[in-house]
Design a protein around this ligand. Structure first.
Ligand SMILES: C[S@@+](CC[C@H](N)C(=O)[O-])C[C@H]1O[C@@H](n2cnc3c(N)ncnc32)[C@H](O)[C@@H]1O
Length: 279
C-alpha cells in the first residue's frame, strides 16, 4: 500500500482530493507531500499560521464635546492578526500598528474637529483611524494601495468597515477605495471637493515611498483650503528629518503635536502638516 493510499484511508479523502490537498500544502505551505504522517505535518503547519484575533478599541472621555455627533464613548471592533506577527505577513496592513493606536487616541481627543468633516485615511491597513472618524460623525474614505495591498487586504479592510457599520446606530459614512501614493489623479478627479482632514499612521517605513506619499498628501492639501494632514509616526527605517526635507521642498510645514492626550508614554508621535501659506 502506498503512503498516499494509507493517508487517504486515515483522512477519509478520495485519492484526487488528497492529491489536491498535498499539492496545495506543498505549494502554499512548503510542506513535504511525501511525509510519512502527512496529517500531523499539516496540523503542525496550521498551528503556526497566524489566526485572526478580535480587537476592541474603547475611547472614552469625561469632557463633553461641543459638536453634535461627536460621542463621548466610542468603540471600534476589528479583526486581524497580532502586531507581533505583522512582519511575517504578506501585507503589513493586516494588523494594527502602534502609530495607528496613538493617532486614534489623538483623533478621539479632537473629535469635535472630526464630526461633520470630510476625512481621508491613506495606507489604512485595517482602518482603525478612519473607522473611528466615521464613528465620530466624519464623512470618511479609507484608502490603501501599493504592491502589498492584495485582494485579501482589500477584503479585510471592507470587512472591518462593514462590521463596524452593522453595530453603529448613528449615521456611519465610510467608503473604501484603492489609492496608491503618487498615483492620485483619477482619485482626485472623483473627489474634486477634497477633504478637510487627511490622516495616515505608520506609513513612513520605506525611503522610496516618501516622495509618492508626500506628492499625494500635497495634492490632497491643495484640493481643499485649510485642509490638514495628521500623521501618526513610528521610527522605522526612515528618519523623519528626511521626510521633512522633502516636505519643505513641496511647500509643506509641520509641527509635532504634544502628547498631552494619551495619558501614557507612547512609542509614536503625531505631526500636523499644512501648506505653508496657510500656517
Ligand atoms: C505599516 S502598515 C500601517 C497600517 C495602518 N495604518 C496601521 O498603522 O495600523 C502600512 C500601510 O501602508 C500601505 N501602503 C504601503 N505602500 C503603499 C502605497 N504605495 N500606496 C498606498 N498604500 C500603501 C500598506 O498596504 C499598509 O496598509
Amino acid at each position: 500500500m502506498s503512503v498516499l493510499q494509507a493517508d487517504e484511508e486515515e483522512l477519509g479523502l478520495s485519492e484526487d482530493t488528497l492529491r489536491a490537498l498535498k499539492e496545495f500544502a506543498s505549494l502554499n505551505l512548503g510542506l513535504d507531500p511525501n511525509a510519512a504522517d502527512f496529517r500531523r505535518t499539516v496540523q503542525d503547519a496550521m498551528d503556526t499560521i497566524p489566526r485572526n484575533e478580535n480587537f476592541t478599541f474603547n475611547f472614552t472621555s469625561d469632557a463633553p464635546q461641543t459638536q453634535p455627533g461627536a460621542g463621548d464613548a466610542v468603540t471600534v471592533e476589528l479583526s486581524g492578526v497580532s502586531p507581533e506577527l505583522g512582519q511575517t505577513l504578506a501585507s503589513t496592513g493586516l494588523t494594527v500598528w502602534t502609530a495607528a493606536r496613538h493617532l486614534a487616541h489623538y483623533l478621539f481627543h479632537i473629535r469635535d474637529q472630526i464630526a461633520a468633516r470630510t476625512v481621508i485615511e491613506l495606507g489604512a491597513g485595517l482602518g482603525l483611524c478612519g473607522i473611528l472618524c466615521a464613528k465620530l460623525g466624519g464623512s470618511v474614505v479609507v484608502t490603501d494601495g501599493g504592491d502589498e495591498f492584495t485582494d485579501e487586504a482589500l477584503g479585510a479592510l471592507v470587512e472591518q468597515v462593514e462590521r463596524n457599520r452593522s453595530v453603529t446606530a448613528a449615521a456611519f459614512e465610510c467608503a473604501v477605495e484603492r489609492l496608491t501614493w503618487g498615483d492620485h489623479d483619477a482619485f482626485l478627479k472623483a473627489h474634486r471637493e477634497g477633504f478637510d482632514v487627511v490622516i495616515a499612521a505608520d506609513v513612513i517605513y520605506e525611503a522610496e515611498a516618501v516622495v509618492p506619499l508626500l506628492s499625494t498628501v500635497t495634492a490632497l492639501l491643495q484640493a481643499k483650503p485649510r485642509a490638514r494632514f495628521l500623521l501618526g509616526y513610528t521610527h522605522r527605517n526612515v528618519n523623519i528629518d528626511r521626510v521633512w526635507q522633502e516636505a519643505h521642498a513641496r511647500g509643506l510645514d509641520w509641527r509635532e503635536i504634544a502628547d498631552d492626550f494619551s495619558g501614557s508614554e507612547s512609542a509614536a508621535q503625531i505631526y500636523e502638516v499644512r501648506l505653508k501659506e496657510e500656517q
